[in-house]
Design a protein around this ligand. Structure first.
Ligand code: BG6
Ligand code: MG
Length: 218
Protein backbone atom coordinates (compact mmCIF):
# COMPACT_ATOMS: atom_id res chain seq x y z
CA UNK A 1 0.00 0.00 0.00
CA UNK A 2 1.16 3.53 -0.86
CA UNK A 3 0.63 6.62 1.25
CA UNK A 4 0.98 10.29 0.37
CA UNK A 5 2.36 12.91 2.75
CA UNK A 6 1.94 16.61 2.07
CA UNK A 7 3.83 19.54 3.47
CA UNK A 8 1.48 22.48 4.14
CA UNK A 9 3.14 25.89 3.69
CA UNK A 10 3.97 26.47 0.02
CA UNK A 11 2.51 23.12 -1.08
CA UNK A 12 -1.17 23.15 -0.11
CA UNK A 13 -1.55 26.84 0.68
CA UNK A 14 0.43 29.90 -0.29
CA UNK A 15 1.45 30.80 3.25
CA UNK A 16 5.18 30.84 2.42
CA UNK A 17 4.73 34.49 1.37
CA UNK A 18 3.18 35.36 4.76
CA UNK A 19 6.05 33.73 6.66
CA UNK A 20 8.40 35.78 4.47
CA UNK A 21 6.53 39.05 5.13
CA UNK A 22 6.57 38.42 8.89
CA UNK A 23 10.30 37.61 8.98
CA UNK A 24 11.04 40.56 6.69
CA UNK A 25 9.16 42.85 9.06
CA UNK A 26 11.26 41.68 12.02
CA UNK A 27 14.48 41.79 9.95
CA UNK A 28 13.78 45.40 8.92
CA UNK A 29 13.13 46.29 12.55
CA UNK A 30 16.51 44.76 13.49
CA UNK A 31 18.29 46.32 10.48
CA UNK A 32 19.21 42.91 9.10
CA UNK A 33 19.15 42.68 5.28
CA UNK A 34 16.77 39.86 4.33
CA UNK A 35 15.72 38.91 0.80
CA UNK A 36 13.36 36.35 -0.73
CA UNK A 37 16.47 34.38 -1.62
CA UNK A 38 17.53 34.32 2.05
CA UNK A 39 13.99 33.16 2.82
CA UNK A 40 14.57 29.89 0.87
CA UNK A 41 16.63 28.68 3.84
CA UNK A 42 13.72 29.44 6.16
CA UNK A 43 11.25 27.26 4.27
CA UNK A 44 10.38 24.06 6.07
CA UNK A 45 12.45 25.13 9.07
CA UNK A 46 11.00 25.55 12.58
CA UNK A 47 10.15 29.02 13.90
CA UNK A 48 12.93 28.85 16.49
CA UNK A 49 15.55 27.76 13.97
CA UNK A 50 14.45 30.55 11.58
CA UNK A 51 15.06 33.16 14.28
CA UNK A 52 18.45 31.63 15.08
CA UNK A 53 19.33 31.88 11.35
CA UNK A 54 18.13 35.50 11.17
CA UNK A 55 20.19 36.52 14.21
CA UNK A 56 23.23 34.71 12.78
CA UNK A 57 22.76 36.69 9.55
CA UNK A 58 22.74 39.92 11.54
CA UNK A 59 25.61 38.83 13.82
CA UNK A 60 23.36 39.35 16.86
CA UNK A 61 23.46 37.49 20.17
CA UNK A 62 20.53 38.15 22.47
CA UNK A 63 19.15 37.02 25.82
CA UNK A 64 16.70 34.12 25.99
CA UNK A 65 13.94 36.57 27.02
CA UNK A 66 14.51 38.80 24.00
CA UNK A 67 14.71 35.75 21.72
CA UNK A 68 11.37 34.47 23.03
CA UNK A 69 9.74 37.92 22.66
CA UNK A 70 10.78 38.11 18.99
CA UNK A 71 9.44 34.59 18.40
CA UNK A 72 6.09 35.72 19.77
CA UNK A 73 6.17 38.96 17.76
CA UNK A 74 6.90 37.15 14.51
CA UNK A 75 4.10 34.70 15.14
CA UNK A 76 1.59 37.42 16.04
CA UNK A 77 2.48 39.23 12.85
CA UNK A 78 2.04 35.97 10.89
CA UNK A 79 -1.29 35.24 12.60
CA UNK A 80 -2.48 38.67 11.44
CA UNK A 81 -1.73 37.68 7.82
CA UNK A 82 -3.50 34.32 8.05
CA UNK A 83 -6.50 35.51 10.10
CA UNK A 84 -8.73 35.94 7.07
CA UNK A 85 -7.54 32.89 5.12
CA UNK A 86 -10.16 30.79 3.37
CA UNK A 87 -10.38 28.15 0.66
CA UNK A 88 -9.46 30.72 -2.00
CA UNK A 89 -5.85 30.43 -0.78
CA UNK A 90 -5.55 26.73 -1.57
CA UNK A 91 -2.97 26.43 -4.33
CA UNK A 92 -4.23 25.56 -7.84
CA UNK A 93 -5.29 21.95 -8.46
CA UNK A 94 -4.47 20.76 -4.93
CA UNK A 95 -8.14 19.76 -4.35
CA UNK A 96 -8.15 17.84 -7.65
CA UNK A 97 -5.14 15.75 -6.56
CA UNK A 98 -6.52 15.23 -3.03
CA UNK A 99 -9.90 14.15 -4.45
CA UNK A 100 -8.23 11.75 -6.88
CA UNK A 101 -6.22 10.11 -4.09
CA UNK A 102 -9.23 9.95 -1.77
CA UNK A 103 -11.36 8.35 -4.51
CA UNK A 104 -8.74 5.59 -4.68
CA UNK A 105 -8.64 5.13 -0.91
CA UNK A 106 -5.02 6.25 -0.59
CA UNK A 107 -4.10 7.19 3.00
CA UNK A 108 -2.92 10.78 3.30
CA UNK A 109 -1.09 12.69 6.02
CA UNK A 110 0.09 16.22 6.57
CA UNK A 111 3.74 16.60 7.60
CA UNK A 112 4.47 20.21 8.52
CA UNK A 113 7.00 22.04 10.70
CA UNK A 114 4.35 24.62 11.55
CA UNK A 115 2.64 24.94 14.89
CA UNK A 116 -0.16 26.73 13.04
CA UNK A 117 -0.86 23.81 10.67
CA UNK A 118 -4.12 22.57 12.22
CA UNK A 119 -5.90 25.96 12.35
CA UNK A 120 -4.81 26.68 8.76
CA UNK A 121 -6.20 23.33 7.52
CA UNK A 122 -9.47 24.17 9.30
CA UNK A 123 -9.63 27.66 7.80
CA UNK A 124 -9.24 26.36 4.25
CA UNK A 125 -11.55 23.38 4.88
CA UNK A 126 -9.14 20.53 4.07
CA UNK A 127 -8.86 18.80 7.47
CA UNK A 128 -11.09 15.86 6.50
CA UNK A 129 -8.72 14.65 3.77
CA UNK A 130 -5.96 13.72 6.19
CA UNK A 131 -6.00 10.64 8.41
CA UNK A 132 -2.94 11.96 10.26
CA UNK A 133 -1.66 15.47 10.88
CA UNK A 134 1.90 15.77 12.16
CA UNK A 135 2.89 19.36 12.94
CA UNK A 136 5.44 21.44 14.83
CA UNK A 137 3.88 20.41 18.15
CA UNK A 138 4.63 16.71 17.50
CA UNK A 139 8.28 16.92 16.52
CA UNK A 140 11.46 17.53 18.47
CA UNK A 141 13.80 17.58 15.47
CA UNK A 142 13.22 19.97 12.55
CA UNK A 143 13.48 19.15 8.82
CA UNK A 144 15.95 18.15 7.28
CA UNK A 145 15.64 15.53 10.04
CA UNK A 146 13.16 12.90 8.77
CA UNK A 147 11.24 12.73 12.09
CA UNK A 148 8.11 14.55 10.85
CA UNK A 149 7.65 12.22 7.86
CA UNK A 150 8.59 9.07 9.80
CA UNK A 151 5.95 9.93 12.37
CA UNK A 152 3.38 10.56 9.63
CA UNK A 153 4.17 7.20 8.01
CA UNK A 154 3.91 5.37 11.31
CA UNK A 155 0.56 7.04 12.11
CA UNK A 156 -0.71 5.92 8.70
CA UNK A 157 0.71 2.44 9.30
CA UNK A 158 2.67 2.52 6.03
CA UNK A 159 6.38 1.71 5.59
CA UNK A 160 8.68 4.63 4.65
CA UNK A 161 9.66 3.34 1.18
CA UNK A 162 5.95 3.25 0.26
CA UNK A 163 5.47 6.94 1.06
CA UNK A 164 5.45 9.79 -1.43
CA UNK A 165 6.19 13.27 -0.04
CA UNK A 166 5.25 16.61 -1.64
CA UNK A 167 7.54 19.44 -0.51
CA UNK A 168 8.47 22.98 -1.54
CA UNK A 169 11.49 23.33 0.77
CA UNK A 170 15.09 22.21 0.38
CA UNK A 171 15.03 21.03 4.00
CA UNK A 172 11.82 19.07 3.37
CA UNK A 173 13.16 17.30 0.29
CA UNK A 174 16.27 16.36 2.29
CA UNK A 175 14.03 15.04 5.11
CA UNK A 176 11.95 12.90 2.70
CA UNK A 177 15.07 11.54 1.01
CA UNK A 178 16.70 10.67 4.29
CA UNK A 179 13.52 8.84 5.37
CA UNK A 180 13.85 6.74 2.19
CA UNK A 181 10.62 8.14 0.74
CA UNK A 182 9.88 9.31 -2.81
CA UNK A 183 10.31 13.11 -2.87
CA UNK A 184 8.28 15.30 -5.19
CA UNK A 185 9.35 18.95 -5.27
CA UNK A 186 6.82 21.72 -5.80
CA UNK A 187 8.65 24.80 -7.03
CA UNK A 188 11.76 25.70 -8.97
CA UNK A 189 13.69 22.71 -10.41
CA UNK A 190 16.90 24.73 -10.13
CA UNK A 191 16.39 25.05 -6.37
CA UNK A 192 14.93 21.63 -5.56
CA UNK A 193 17.70 19.70 -7.27
CA UNK A 194 17.67 16.79 -4.79
CA UNK A 195 13.99 15.89 -5.38
CA UNK A 196 13.11 12.72 -7.32
CA UNK A 197 10.79 14.85 -9.52
CA UNK A 198 9.95 18.55 -9.53
CA UNK A 199 6.79 20.31 -10.73
CA UNK A 200 6.16 24.06 -10.69
CA UNK A 201 2.75 23.41 -9.14
CA UNK A 202 -0.03 20.83 -9.01
CA UNK A 203 -1.51 21.95 -12.37
CA UNK A 204 1.45 20.09 -13.94
CA UNK A 205 0.66 16.84 -12.11
CA UNK A 206 -1.79 14.66 -14.01
CA UNK A 207 -3.66 11.51 -13.02
CA UNK A 208 -1.30 9.30 -15.05
CA UNK A 209 1.65 10.51 -13.01
CA UNK A 210 -0.18 9.85 -9.74
CA UNK A 211 -1.30 6.43 -10.96
CA UNK A 212 2.32 5.68 -11.82
CA UNK A 213 3.38 6.61 -8.29
CA UNK A 214 0.65 4.37 -6.87
CA UNK A 215 2.01 1.52 -8.98
CA UNK A 216 5.52 2.17 -7.70
CA UNK A 217 6.95 3.97 -10.71
CA UNK A 218 9.28 6.86 -9.82
C1 BG6 B 1 7.07 25.64 7.84
C2 BG6 B 1 7.43 26.86 7.02
O1 BG6 B 1 6.01 24.95 7.23
O2 BG6 B 1 6.68 26.01 9.16
C3 BG6 B 1 8.51 27.64 7.73
O3 BG6 B 1 7.88 26.45 5.75
C4 BG6 B 1 8.06 28.00 9.13
O4 BG6 B 1 8.83 28.78 6.99
C5 BG6 B 1 7.69 26.72 9.88
O5 BG6 B 1 9.08 28.68 9.82
C6 BG6 B 1 7.19 26.98 11.30
O6 BG6 B 1 5.93 27.60 11.23
P1 BG6 B 1 5.17 28.25 12.46
O7 BG6 B 1 3.78 28.49 11.89
O8 BG6 B 1 5.15 27.24 13.56
O9 BG6 B 1 5.88 29.48 12.82
MG1 MG C 1 6.72 24.21 2.89
Amino acid sequence: MKAFIFDLDGVIVDTAKYHYHAWKHLADHLDIPFTEEDNEQFKGVSRKRCLELLLEMGGLTVSQEQFDRWLVEKNEDYLGYIAKMDASEILPDVPRVLDFLRSRGVPMALGSASKNAKPILEKVGLTEYFSAVVDGHDTTRAKPDPQVFELAASRLGVAAPSCVVFEDALAGIAAANSAGMTSIGIGDPEVLTEADRVFRDFTEIDSDFITGLLQGRP
